[in-house]
Design a protein around this ligand. Structure first.
Ligand SMILES: Nc1ncnc2c1ncn2[C@@H]1O[C@H](COP(=O)(O)OP(=O)(O)OP(=O)(O)O)[C@@H](O)[C@H]1O
Length: 778
């Protein structure tokens, strides 16, 4: 290890130790500030308390950030030519933050690169944040374009100890013969790729490649599509981009927030540690199904039903369903009061309706216009009945108010134009074939969507009701919410907020009671009410998560090919500025409602105004495995090209015909290696059967979705749930069935075959698909 001669290693160790010392000082200082704020106690005015909470929240967040960067705090060094500053691109906006020093004037010949920037008390720069413009050559410099850099050094550490060093010498004229012999190319990258998987995605801040860096640092504005095959780093690059954007455009994005959308909760769990390890904690990670506050979809439904609901045409269906509730009776409406009967004739009703329509307000707000018109007409009639045709203004208003509160009047008006929540509208629609037909659905679609109403006592939207809603319903609820408008925005919000806070207090109380061993003797709800906080501090991400109408500063969509047209409408509403990063692979589309091309998805919103970058190198799957996957890709589309693998392992993928699928158990057990992860990928309908088989061979194996799939040594997953994840070893069961199972079968098999970082096997009782016939025997 020539550059890591003991002297050199010791020198680096000494420097890194001073960085950790500095980090400890900052942590202690921030802790002190937090304690001082908290020590102010809960007294004072409401204003005082909310300021204190804001400061406390800010210091707590800063402290969390300082703790999160412990591992691999400093991972690189740039040596610059005598005459050189690194050539850099300037960020357009400066960023705030006391320890973000990357934009200082550069005058040293050596820069240390790390997860965050650090300076000493005299503002001497000690460590450069990897996102600062001056750090860019660390990722982009090459021998052909050295950007003023003579040496790029990777520091590898365990805990706070530097264990080894890799150097890339970039300026070949300036380096000695001895140094030249130590040229160390892609050592750091290959070392990172060869590591065992832990079930959680790691950051790649030390080894970002140039094509990835270009995407990470791409401009904030506009829609950027990142198209790339499996394992090209789309997800990890998107996450680093989030961190980069937050650093570079801190002020703008901290206020509006950043949303990252992933395909399912397991995937979010898989990626959740990456941003904190980059020092960013305030980003909202969500699935599209979680974007409607107050609804947690738990219902599973056939793919065909989800596909119908995902089609853009559903927007018209919902619109008609709303209109259908603004019903116009064919005959006049009689309202019987004690002393006389009032009549609303067709002409009056039509006039009220068209006035409400012309107001261009959503249904619940237009109702006010409708009701006002009818009440005026009814008051005039009532006045005539009472023989008081010429009422003055005040008396007219009194009579009108009297009528408004009459039960028969209220009932009649409500029937004509009811207040509706999105939930009520959709329940009314999907439980009534007549309404669905009137809204434009055909007989087959009605068959697919018709369902029973929620059981009595089951309020859809709350905890018990969550099985009534499916993921595909969420964009429809969102669409309905747009058309209906809130009944009374202020009241609804306050009620929602109060309910959420109550739930949080109870959850917290439960935790405290469990920790203190009092759970059996005290009720969490009562405890929570007693320890009620007045005005809790919320981070931007927390506030955004509670507000359906929140407009994010930037939205990142991962596995974006899976979103339906209706889901895109919902996502676009969350990002009116259209500052977005969309990452995915059209060849991996598995959902029947998913995307066939980026143009089809984006042109309706930003025609001609989106840009596409491509990633072409596969960092996950070794070449031997990719060869097989590439053949399957030809079934998806003969012109598609699989990404180039960056490494080989020498291990050939295998296929094994079996008499009974019970043999899968021992095969999975044989793949288990210490600290590694194995997945058995199965056709959608076989998860339970194969799950039992594998569990009997590997106790602790996890079946189906959920975080357990990431933590167990072996997981059994259908393809859709394995999307975006990776494992050391993969066994695919019955690939023929996966191919035939849906119209996207070839894409699904392609996804399954590209999940492995090192080993791949195929088990089949049925026939092996022709495309896999070249596989060797186990
Ligand atoms: N520059 C890099 N340095 C180290 N590891 C990298 C680098 N780029 C990608 N990787 C690793 O490659 C693997 C694949 O990355 P990622 O999951 O982001 O790919 P993807 O394109 O999203 O794949 P898929 O489409 O299959 O979901 C991850 O383990 C990631 O950490």
């Amino acid at each position: 290890m020539p550059p890591s001669s003991t002297g050199e290693l010791a020198r680096e160790q000494k420097y890194v130790a001073t960085l950790y010392e500095r980090l400890d000082v900052l942590r202690e200082r921030t802790r002190g500030q937090l304690d001082a704020v908290l020590a102010q106690g809960a007294s004072g005015t409401h204003q005082n308390r909310s300021e204190r909470d804001s400061f406390a929240g800010m210091y707590a967040q800063r402290l969390a950030r300082l703790w999160a960067v412990e591992h691999g705090l400093c991972f690189g060094r740039l040596d610059l030519a005598d005459d050189g500053e690194p050539e850099e691109s300037r960020a357009e906006e400066s960023h705030a933050g006391e320890d973000q020093t990357g934009q200082d004037q550069v005058d040293e010949k050596r820069l240390y690169i790390g997860r965050i920037g650090l300076s000493d008390d005299d503002q001497q720069r000690l460590l450069i944040d990897w996102r600062a413009p001056v750090a860019q050559p660390f990722y982009r410099a090459t021998p052909a374009a050295p950007m003023g850099v003579t040496r790029r050094r990777h520091l590898h550490s365990r805990g706070r100890t530097v264990t080894s060093i890799d150097d890339d010498l970039l300026d070949l004229d300036r380096i000695s013969e001895a140094d030249r012999a130590t040229l160390n190319g892609e050592a750091a990258l290959l070392a990172a790729l060869g590591e065992k998987r832990t079930g959680r995605m790691r950051d790649i801040v030390a080894t970002i490649q140039a094509e990835q860096d270009k995407i990470i640092r791409s401009d904030l504005n506009g829609v950027l599509v990142v198209q790339g095959g499996p394992g090209t780093g789309k997800t990890v690059v998107a996450l680093h981009r989030a961190a980069y954007l937050l650093y570079t455009y801190r002020e703008r994005l901290e206020r509006r927030g950043v949303l990252i959308l992933g395909p399912n909760p397991t995937f979010l769990r898989y990626i959740e540690q990456v941003l904190p390890s980059l020092g960013e904690t305030d980003v909202l990670l969500s699935t599209a199904g979680e974007l409607y506050p107050g609804v947690t979809p738990g219902r599973r439904e056939p793919a065909e039903a989800a596909a119908v609901k995902g089609r853009g045409a559903m927007a018209r269906v919902i619109e008609r369903a709303v209109r259908e509730r603004q019903r116009m009776p064919r005959t006049p409406v009689q309202i019987r009061l004690d002393k006389f009967t009032l009549t609303l004739d067709r002409q009056t009703l039509e006039a009220a309706r068209s006035k409400a329509g012309r107001s261009r307000r959503p249904h619940n707000q237009a109702r006010a216009v409708f009701v006002r018109h009818l009440l005026t007409a009814l008051t005039r009639q009532a006045a005539r009945h009472l023989g008081r045709a010429s009422l003055d203004e005040a008396d007219f208003a009194d009579l009108r108010e009297e009528l408004r509160t009459e039960e028969p009047v209220r009932v009649a008006l409500n029937r004509l134009w009811p207040y509706l929540t999105p939930q009520q509208l959709l329940i009314g629609l999907f439980t009534d074939r007549g309404r669905m037909t009137a809204a434009g659905l055909d007989a087959r679609e009605c068959d697919l969507l018709l369902r029973e109403p929620p059981r009595p006592g089951e309020r859809p939207g709350d905890k018990q009701g969550e099985n009534w809603w499916s993921e595909a319903d969420v964009p429809l609820l969102d669409e309905a919410a747009e058309l209906l408008g809130d009944i009374d925005e202020g009241v609804l919000r306050a009620a929602r907020r109060a309910e959420q806070e109550r739930e949080e207090r109870i959850a917290y109380a439960r935790e405290v009671l469990e920790l203190t061993g009092l759970a059996d003797v005290m009720d969490a709800e009562r405890f929570a009410e007693r320890h009620q906080a007045d005005d809790p501090y919320l981070t931007t991400a927390e506030r955004a998560a509670r507000d359906r109408t929140w407009a994010f500063g930037h939205v990142i969509v991962d596995e974006a090919q899976e979103l339906s047209e209706m889901a895109w409408r919902m996502v676009m509403r969350r990002c009116p500025s259209r500052s977005m990063t969309i990452v995915g692979d059209i060849a991996q589309t598995g959902s029947a409602a998913g995307a066939a091309s980026w143009g089809r998805v984006l042109d309706p919103y930003v025609a001609g105004r989106w840009r596409e970058e491509r990633l072409t190198v596969n960092y996950r799957t070794p070449a031997e495995l990719m060869e097989v996957a590439a053949r399957v890709l030809q079934l998806v589309g003969p012109d598609l090209k699989a990404p180039e693998s960056v490494r080989e392992t020498g291990e050939r993928p295998w296929a094994l015909p079996v008499a009974s699928l019970a043999e899968t158990g021992p095969l999975a057990a044989a793949e288990v290696v210490e600290e590694g992860r194995v997945v058995v990928i199965v056709p959608a309908g076989m998860a339970a059967e194969i799950g039992d088989i594998v569990r009997s061979a590997v106790p602790g194996a996890a079946v189906g979705t959920g975080p357990a799939a990431l933590d167990a040594p072996v997981a059994v997953l259908p393809v859709a749930e394995a999307k975006g994840l990776e494992f050391d070893a993969v066994i695919v069961v019955e690939p023929g069935l996966i191919l035939r199972e849906s119209s996207r079968g070839p894409s699904d098999l392609y996804v399954a075959l590209t999940r492995a970082t090192s080993r791949l096997g195929v088990v089949h009782r049925g026939e092996l698909p022709e495309v896999l016939e070249g596989l060797g025997r186990r």
